[in-house]
Design a binder for this molecule. Sequence first.
Ligand code: ATP
Length: 291
Amino acid sequence: MSTSAAEHAPGRAPADGIAARARGLTKAYGSGETTVLALDSVDVDIARGRFTAVMGPSGSGKSTLMHCLAGLDTVSAGQVWLGDTEITGLKDRELTRLRRDRIGFMFQSFNLIPTLNAAENITLPMDIAGKKPDEKWLDQVIDTLGLRDRLGHRPSQLSGGQQQRVACARALASRPELIFADEPTGNLDSRAGLEVLGFLREAVDRLNQSVVMVTHDPGAAAHSDLVLFLADGRIVDEMERPTAEAVLERMKRFDVIRSQFETDEQFETDGQFERDKRFETDGQFETDEQE
Ligand SMILES: Nc1ncnc2c1ncn2[C@@H]1O[C@H](COP(=O)(O)OP(=O)(O)OP(=O)(O)O)[C@@H](O)[C@H]1O
């Protein structure tokens, strides 16, 4: 995917407040010597009415950041707010309600219910919550996503791209304050992926939604307004109005650091290997001699 963000720039609305915020957000997994510090005192503001991408090397903490901001995971230290509501410290039940009522989710696997048609899948979270959809809004979402003539189809009767559009409509249906998308194009070919990114862009530009997307793809990140770069659990850089080329260049700098690290590691491993080989040979020799 190489569509430049500049193509999308004219429709971009300025941020109008903060959709989510974290201060000193720290997340550690495990304990004692096996502790992994997945997030290391992260401060971040997610702007309302904008499309934010989160990038970084594998293991840098992207998914953990998303999960903590969305109240899907507890934090080890620090605070997280959705709008003006501090979510750190909420009880499980309150968190469930907050996620259901105020957050939309899109995942790499579309997570659609196979026995329900597209329309039923789109409104399922609201049906479960016993809420009536705002029909005017829903119509707008369905038309923006081009799903009008697909509403009666089950997921198996839809292409991957169409299924992800249904997942996108489901995330938008309740008009959430913030949508989290985790690799939403990961399971799609590049054309269908571009389409979904275009729809997320429209959700921000035309429907004034707020989106946070985790991605590995510089071309996908180029559809956002702002890219946050994570490394080792910290936000180390950000880029406004990104292009795929600029994001790729930035990511390459992580690769340079990584390959340098791997070269050092390889060197150490090689040294260890040499020592182990010698040890084995020595042991073998002794055994042979004893026989
Ligand atoms: N449940 C867990 N238990 C232990 N360690 C975990 C757990 N989840 C994540 N980690 C560790 O936390 C760090 C950050 O993981 P995270 O999944 O957030 O990274 P990521 O940037 O999303 O990676 P990727 O791009 O590979 O999906 C990694 O070192 C990972 O191994």
